[in-house]
Design a protein around this ligand. Structure first.
Ligand code: KIV
Length: 263
């Protein structure tokens, strides 16, 4: 039986952590769920790692639909979450709904939308119409040109308070999960304690409900400088399956991320 949003919420209510990895194709989708990964994120990071682009901005709705179908065909059990790519959620709640419907029809069980306050109306519009939303705050790669680089967010009192407020309003708007990227660990901990929905961290410390990494990063296939929050699980594993199982175990037992991976 496929993992549902209720299964994940039950884990959260029982104080159990769950695991997320990005996934873009059927082979990995089958492998990751067989190794115990709870959620497969069809991330628009596919622009970087599959398509070789510098940013996620060139990724289109059709790309996300195509990769969601590939992942959905490979997995029988895992929960599938798909990113709404750049420009498909921003124009209006109505347009976002039309686009999200296509992603859901391709096999996603939840869409992820980057953005804080500006996305509250859209989050409400979608969730009231049956589309579960994971809000994504902190470093939002689709806004990279406005943010001026891949850097830590919420590291001043003003920006930290803004993130706390965004988390609260997005929850109130109906978001069922909250992803935080590149946020200081103490702030992510505070936000996790403040909201009553699961939080998913990437570069946000160990106190989030769940953790996510880009699959190719945790398999040591990253390009260029390794970001501080990435752990290469292949180093201590004999094959890909072992590395994924070790990631699942490390997240569930709270061993990943440790202090060297947080800000
Ligand atoms: O697109 C993606 O892979 C993501 C993760 C980095 C969280 O959004």
């Amino acid at each position: 039986m496929r993992t549902s949003i209720s299964t994940l919420l039950k884990l959260y209510q029982n104080g159990e952590k769950f695991t997320v990895l990005t996934c873009y194709d059927a082979i990995f989708s089958r492998l990751l769920e067989a190794c115990g990964v709870d959620v497969l994120l069809v991330g628009d990071s596919l622009g970087n790692v599959v398509q070789g682009e510098d940013t996620t901005l060139p990724v289109t709705l059709d790309h996300m639909i195509y990769h969601t179908r590939c992942v959905a065909r490979g997995a029988e059990k895992a929960f599938i979450m798909t990113d709404m790519p750049f420009g498909t959620a921003q124009l209006s709640p109505e347009r976002a709904f039309e686009n999200a419907c296509q992603i859901m029809a391709a096999g996603a069980q939840m869409v992820k939308i980057e953005g804080g306050h500006i996305m509250t109306d859209t989050t409400q519009f979608l969730t009231q119409r049956g589309i579960p939303v994971c809000a994504h705050i902190g470093l939002t790669p689709q806004s990279i040109h406005q943010l001026g680089g891949y850097k830590i967010q919420g590291n001043t009192e003003i920006t930290a308070n803004r993130l706390i407020d965004e988390a609260k309003v997005l929850e109130k708007s109906g978001a069922a999960m909250l992803l935080m990227e590149l946020v200081p660990a103490p702030l992510a901990k505070q936000i996790t304690a403040t909201v009553s929905i699961p939080t998913i961290g990437i570069g946000a410390g160990a106190d989030c409900t769940a953790q996510v990494l880009v699959l190719y990063d945790m398999l040591g296939l990253y390009q260029g400088n390794k970001a501080k929050f990435i752990k290469d699980f292949m180093v201590e594993s004999s094959n890909i399956q072992d590395a994924v199982r070790n990631y699942v175990k490390a997240v569930k037992t709270g061993q990943f991320p440790d202090k060297i991976h947080e800000f």
